[in-house]
Design a protein around this ligand. Sequence first.
Ligand SMILES: Cc1cc2nc3c(=O)[nH]c(=O)nc-3n(C[C@H](O)[C@H](O)[C@H](O)COP(=O)(O)O)c2cc1C
Length: 184
Amino acid sequence: MNVLLMNMTLKKYGATQEILQTLQDAAPEGAQVEMVCLGDWDIHYCKGCKACYTTGQCFWQDGMIPLINRLQKADVVVMAIPSYWADVPGICKSFIDRCTPYGNTNPDSNRPRLGEGKRCYGIALRTGTRPMECEHILASIEHWCGHMGVEYAEGVYFCQIEDKSDIEPHKALLREKARAWFRE
Ligand SMILES: Cc1cc2nc3c(=O)[nH]c(=O)nc-3n(C[C@H](O)[C@H](O)[C@H](O)COP(=O)(O)O)c2cc1C
């Protein structure tokens, strides 16, 4: 099983990364796990030209190409997203927008696809206490899954997270999730 862990931010040393690192460390034998951070990739904004609606291709030839390639190879995808101003971080939104050539909002049935049979797990986190912002972020992941032909399998969220030390009390749960999510 190929697992793709996606840090949907620019930051590789924070709480989001700590969550994904914990999942990776607890992955069962046989799981091939790769972790990516969107900040490592050149991702241009969507220009809104809609050329991809007919061509199935984006004007930009940038870091989205290797990222989509990794998604195509993955059986399981985990997206970890912190709340920035009660929504997803800008780089994450750019990534979602740039998935348009592969989504079913494009009426051309010959468009490139991610492939069948994939599962996605969402993880949201925030500093504040109320779950609503995290639920909104998980709904965005579910929405992305719906248009990309990926099964949205489960979402979890963590409130009152300021930095990576706040992940410590949640590590047992994350290890349990890794065993359940990355099973053959
Ligand atoms: C630009 C920015 C905006 C943020 N906005 C919110 C917010 O609206 N609500 C909230 O609860 N936390 C907010 N936070 C806090 C983050 O969600 C929280 O610190 C999270 O742990 C960040 O994960 P990281 O350590 O991987 O960066 C914001 C953080 C940043 C950097």
